[in-house]
Write a protein that binds this ligand. Sequence first.
Ligand SMILES: N[C@@H](CCC(=O)N[C@@H](CS)C(=O)NCC(=O)O)C(=O)O
Length: 207
Amino acid sequence: MKLYGAAYSRAGRCIWMLEEIGQPYDHVGTSPRGETRTPQMLKLNPNGHVPVLDDNGYVIWESLAINQYLAEKTGILWPAGAQAHGQIAQWSLWAMTEVEPHLVTMLMHMMFLPEAQRSPAAIEQAKAALGKPMQVLDQHLAGRAYLLGTDFNVGDLNVCSVLGLAAMLHYDFSPFASVGGWLGRCNGRPAAQRFQKIAQEAMAKMG
Ligand SMILES: N[C@@H](CCC(=O)N[C@@H](CS)C(=O)NCC(=O)O)C(=O)O
């Protein structure tokens, strides 16, 4: 099992999952800044992105799909039943389509765009837009420990890892108390803590 992608990139989501599984894996810290479009990497993922997982010749990309594959393959964080699987896909796709685009806008205008192109208005707009899906999540989590009820599963891991970007951008979760409590439970898991340490070390090496 080999995972490509620097731990501070979206590959971190899969490192968290691999740490939950607890079996040995190879990690290649392919940098998203210029190493994802080599002929060898494009052969693995023609999109030129990381993460990519190579499971003994079976290659899969898209961070949250990789996690779902790993959960189904190992049975870890993978509850039984079509309805549970439907809910896991629902929340994972929701995180990717309803949440992540606003976070990417914030990231671009707060950190990545050249100073002259950054727009405080775009940041405020994205923050306001993010409040809507956060309200949906907050209402859903009221009275529930995790997305599907009492147990943490790969759906929680996927959604929480997408929201990791919000924490990095110091997004204020205080109006969403149920989300805040759930984030604490998910991020407090030993595997999540190990992943965060790996990501911090990778970030420090990057400088
Ligand atoms: N939806 C994809 C997005 C992958 C993605 O955009 N990865 C970035 C790193 S976070 C990347 O590889 N960027 C390098 C590039 O596009 O050249 C996923 O979640 O796996």
